[in-house]
Design a protein around this ligand. Sequence first.
Ligand code: PLP
Length: 304
Amino acid sequence: MNLNSITPLTKLINPLFETHNICVYMKREELNHPQIQGNKWHKLKLNLVAAQAQQKTTLLTFGGAYSNHIAATAVAAQESGFKSIGIIRGEELAKHPETWSHTLKQAAQHGMQLQFITRTAYRQKSTPNTLKTLQSTYPNTYILPEGGSNSLAVQGFEPLMQQLEIQCPNWTHLLSAVGTGATLAGLIKYAPFHDDNPRTILGFPALKQGEYLKPHIQKWIGETSAHSWQLLTEYHCGGYAKTSEPLLQQMQVFEQTFNIALDPIYTAKMVYGFYDQLKQGRFKPGSKVILLHTGGLQGRDYQG
Ligand SMILES: Cc1ncc(COP(=O)(O)O)c(C=O)c1O
């Protein structure tokens, strides 16, 4: 297993950025692994190592119908010789495989056993009782939380931050889409600190009312961060897996301008927020802004 591939940092050349006198780059983590790609790979890799060390035979995890994490876990399990089980929100999907998202179909194709449960049952997914029942129903199973977000997932971003330090040692801003916040926590926790070059890490939650994620992120970071970081919660475009016309337009313009594909659920919302923040004067002349491509391209069939 190659845990840490090197991905390009692509400079985005555009008159708009020249006018603002800033440099903008995209860190191409959608290219970090042929199938698992993006933040999913960083979040899964150390968990796979742990599951192997514990001699587990199966990976079990949770997600909704459009969860990139479900698809990624199925592929990772198959590649690494584990069986996989996905506990999916929405019991109505069990009887209607014809309505499954591309993500669910892909997970099933990679051998994941899908188990559909009610939304009420799903809300209980991380209670000690539920976890105990799952462990006894499926012995020798490594359980990953929703989104794969745990402390090993956060730790998985350390090599990425070291790589960025080499590729662009004087970056000033790093922008990422946010779901559970574990990815952002990893970026904040492992961003090297320079006295003379203060850094800001900005997270763009893809779901409504993202403020609630702050204490979770803080807990994962584990201590007061030396970096300033912020959640910009107004770019969810209607909520998780929802899109808006301005978002889709911005996504199309970006893709055509830079020839880089985005996904509408996460990375496009970060890019949309970036342009708005640029308009609002967030980035001072001389800033070096990195947009993190967190992958998610397998969900591009989503039609809104
Ligand atoms: C493509 C993509 N970007 C960003 C995120 C957000 O990651 P996190 O849950 O660690 O905040 C996800 C999460 O599912 C994702 O699939």
